[in-house]
Each structure stands twice: as C-alpha cells, then as structure tokens.
Design a protein around this ligand. Structure first.
Ligand code: PLP
Length: 391
C-alpha cells in the first residue's frame, strides 16, 4: 500500500555507489575509441598512454614534481599492500583505523606481517582516533577518508613536517575530492574507480623522496612477490614510475582513466572537482538538517566525508528495533529505491552499522542528489508503513 505519492522527478543517473562510482557526466563507450587495443603496452603507443596517465595524474592531483607516481596491479588494495610489504618493518608502526578498510590494514600488519612493534589507534564507526596520540618517530598507516563510515581526517595539520617515520595514506575515496597535503604524506594510494569514476583493477602508488630513500636503504626480512617489487639491486625501479608497469595493464581501462583525467582538467582541475563533491555533500546535509528520521554517522561536521556520505536512521520506530531488524529496515529502503530504478547501491557497507551510504564524489551531479532526497523520504515512509502493518 502506497502511503505517500511517489516523487515526480527521478535522478537522471541513479548510480550512487561508493565504488565503482558513477561514470563522469557525458561518459560514453565511444570516448574510448582511441584505446590501443590489441597492441602491446610496451609498444611506443602503449607506453605513451601510460606515461600520459601518470603526467595527467600529477597535473590534476597537484602532485609535487619530486614525487614518483606509479600504476600498479590490483587497484587501491594492490597499491596499499605494495607499500606495506615493501616499506614496513624498519621502525615501529602506528596503525590508525576507524572503519572496515583501515581495520583491514591493521590485520595485514599485525596478523600477516606479524610486526611486533605495531600500535593500534582505533575508533568506532562515526569517530576518529586521537590523532594527537600518534608517534611520528614511528611509521604511520591511515586511511584519509574512511569509506565505510564517512569519516575523514579534517586535514594534515596533525602530521609534523619534521617526522622520522613515513606516513602511508590510503586516499582512495579522498583523492580528487579532498585536499591532500603531499608535504605531509610519504605514500598515497588510490584507485581509478572512485572519485573520477574510472575502472577498478589498477592502483596508483605515489611515493615521496623519503619513501624512495626507505626503499633503497631497507630490505624487509620477508620475501616479496614479483608483483610487489619496486627495487632492483637496491635501486628503485624507475621504469614503474614512467609507465613501464610490472605486469600487463588493461589499455581499455587506461583509456578510460585518461578520459576521466581529461574531464577533470577540462572542468578547471582539482579545485573544481573538490567543489563539486562539497556541493554534492551539501545537498545531503541540507536534507538531513530538515529530516527528522535520518542523521549522519559522523557526528562532527569537521570530519564528515564529502564523498562516502554515511547516514543512520534515527526514527524511534526504527531505533526501537534490534540491530538485525534495523538492518532489515535499511535494506528495505535500499531495495525499494533499487526496484524503482532511482538509486543503486546505497546500502551501508556490510561491516558498517545499518543505514545508507550515498556517494557524493565529483562524477555525481548535485541535481541527481536533489532528485534523490524526496525518494528517500518516500521509501522511508513506505518502509515504516510496512513495519506498522507487520506489527
Ligand atoms: C578506503 C578504501 N581502501 C581500500 C579499498 C579497496 O579498493 P579496491 O577495491 O579498489 O582495491 C576501498 C574500496 O572501497 C576503500 O574505500
């Protein structure tokens, strides 16, 4: 039984997934027709495309000239793992985690690499750990934007310029939407599939001169598979950072990434992309402000993501339910909107508290988020009506 009228307007693009994220406005497969398909990535044309991807990344993301940028296998995960397994072990490490992905890196370092001098600084969903407790004589591993809780670090002011350890930052859902202060970051990773709406499977690994120095002066005590190896005879394999990838990339995905980078550059660059994410997140914030049934998982606006916006349902009819049924309720909203074709993939992450997660990165249009919010109210009202009927 419908209790409220369905909204008249639907989002033109219902893709609000937090990864792979919406393709850029105006994207078509036809835009990839210059991909050198069927050619070797080591041919002149392939190498030129890969070098362009690196150069345009530097340009759009404002990466300092003395930082290396490499295209590596296995998406953001591959880039983070490469950094962890190649760099850690030289000194103690502080592992920061406040949601699922950060916790995954903690597991890697403590349970797989089995580093004994690893400290965990953790916080639950919606909060940040105490950043003032970080010891920068240690290496530090953190996620800039916690995609599954919608909590990000507010800036890099908590990281000193003079630090002894390296800072290793998983920035996959922040890059191109939030200002990354490279002077404070020694390793930055991301995947094409996030803010630029590219394809997954390829990761970006950005290294500061200090990270390179570590690679050239420290050899981990554990073996490194070929896919992670960045040095040859104690020297950095510079080819990786010029587009001579370790193994074979998809040139179709590379072309798609170039398309996304060109789009970002054509809009005016990083500032425009960040402003688009801010404007998108504001559409949701304005709606949350006037909507009693919903609130942010991140209570503090200073640490609230402008990409992976995570919401909880705070209506008493729902909070009275047990945790499992709250999850069922949230999933009912998600399923209704999916069935209507107005919003796809907006459920909270499988390990996160029940709720909604709406991607607001640069490839999403504010007008589509404006169109989405009445549908959220509609789906909530429908789900509450079903709940009452079942009671
Ligand atoms: C913070 C964070 N780290 C890592 C990943 C894993 O990324 P990928 O699947 O591109 O390797 C994700 C994916 O959503 C993420 O949000």
């Amino acid at each position: 039984m419908t209790v409220t009228e369905k909204p008249a307007i639907s989002p033109a693009n219902p893709d609000f997934s937090s990864g792979p994220c919406a393709k850029r406005p105006g994207w078509t497969l036809d835009g990839l027709k210059d991909a050198p398909l069927g050619r070797s990535h080591r041919a002149k044309i392939g190498k030129a495309k890969l070098a362009q991807a690196i150069d345009k990344t530097r340009d759009l993301l404002q990466v300092p000239a003395d930082y290396r940028i490499g295209i590596v296998p296995a998406s953001d995960t591959g880039a983070v793992e490469m950094a962890l397994w190649s760099l850690l072990g030289a000194r103690p490490v502080d592992m920061l985690a406040w949601e699922s992905f950060g916790s995954g890196w903690v597991t890697d370092v403590i349970k797989q690499l089995k580093l004994d001098n690893a400290r965990k600084l953790e916080a639950g969903y919606g909060a940040l750990p105490d950043l003032s407790a970080v010891d920068f004589s240690h290496d530090v591993v953190f996620t800039w934007n916690g995609t599954t809780s919608g909590v990000r670090v507010p800036n890099a002011d908590w990281i000193p310029d003079t630090r002894e350890g390296l800072t290793i930052c998983d920035a996959t859902s922040a890059a191109f939407a939030q200002k990354l202060d490279f002077s404070k970051l020694d390793v930055v990773t991301f995947s094409w599939q996030k803010v630029l709406g590219g394809e997954a499977a390829h990761g970006m690994l950005i290294l500061s001169p200090r990270a390179v120095e570590r690679l050239e002066t420290y050899t981990p005590s554990w073996p490194l598979p070929k896919i992670f190896r960045m040095t040859k005879a104690g020297k950095l394999n510079e080819g990786i950072f010029k587009g001579e990838t370790i193994n074979t990339p998809s040139m179709l995905c590379v072309e798609d990434y170039l398309d996304a980078l060109d789009w970002g550059l054509s809009l005016g660059g990083l500032e425009t992309l960040m402003a688009r994410a801010d404007a998108n997140a504001k559409v949701i914030a304005d709606w949350v402000e006037k909507t009693p049934w919903v609130d942010f998982l991140a209570a503090d606006p200073a640490i609230r993501s402008n990409t992976s916006v995570c919401l909880k349902i705070v209506d008493p009819a729902v909070t009275a339910l047990d945790e499992k049924d709250q999850g069922v309720f949230a999933k009912a909203i998600v399923a209704r909107l999916d069935a209507e074709g107005v919003a796809y993939d907006i459920g909270s992450y499988r390990d996160a508290p029940a709720g909604l997660r709406i991607w607001c990165g640069a490839t999403v249009e504010a007008s589509d988020l404006e169109a989405l919010t009445p549908w959220l109210d509609w789906a909530f009202a429908e789900a509450v009506a079903s709940l009452r009927q079942a009671a």
